[in-house]
Design a protein around this ligand. Sequence first.
Ligand SMILES: [Zn+2]
Length: 238
Amino acid sequence: MLDSNILQNNLSKIDHLSFKCQTCNVGTKVFDRDKYFEAESAFSRNEFRRHINGIHTNIHKRFSAGLTSTNPDCKDISIVLGDCNSLIRFVTIDYEGQTIEAHIYDVKIIIYDIIPTLHLFDLGRFSFKNPDSSIIKELEDAFDVFWQSNDCSGMKIRSFLEALMDDNNIPKKTIGKAGKEVEIKLHLRIELFVKQFIKHDLEDILKNLKDFGNFASHSGQSLPREGLILMIKLLSLF
Ligand SMILES: [Zn+2]
């Protein structure tokens, strides 16, 4: 599981980012200064004109960073794309008995994409009944959009639950009172799944995931970051 500051998308320095290399499963992907590029956006250059004594109060940059595997036999690279926002803060410091005013920048890094898709937890330990199951794909999709949209990622986790039910042959449709085919709601599918496999400890986890997924897909509100991170943590318990 990734560090919670990374999951929160709350980094002050890009070189604080590192994760296990998925290519070799041996090395760690770490920041590589030679593979870093950043540029100030035109908006920042044109609009963030406010400055105090020639110092800009606000700077917006875009970056791409290459993180290289520490395993010399692998050296695989992941590319991270994002924004870097710096906001000035004035501080007074004591320097040789004198109080002087200085400025520092509070930096916030926002990741928008990691290529190739970074698995937020290890998928290798899962095995599924049907080799054509879309379970892994749904999880990878959830990880793919994790950095860009809480709602999209939450909806993909909901799709994962449907795929999990499919993989376990939990019926999708039934014949309703009018003799017509009706869809079985995910809530009921989870109950059928739990009844069949007697995994009662799983019921609460699955229903919580479903509730968060419903919130992301049809509540009309946005899924908070904390909610999405909780979903990922619940998934990693499987
Ligand atoms: Zn590697």
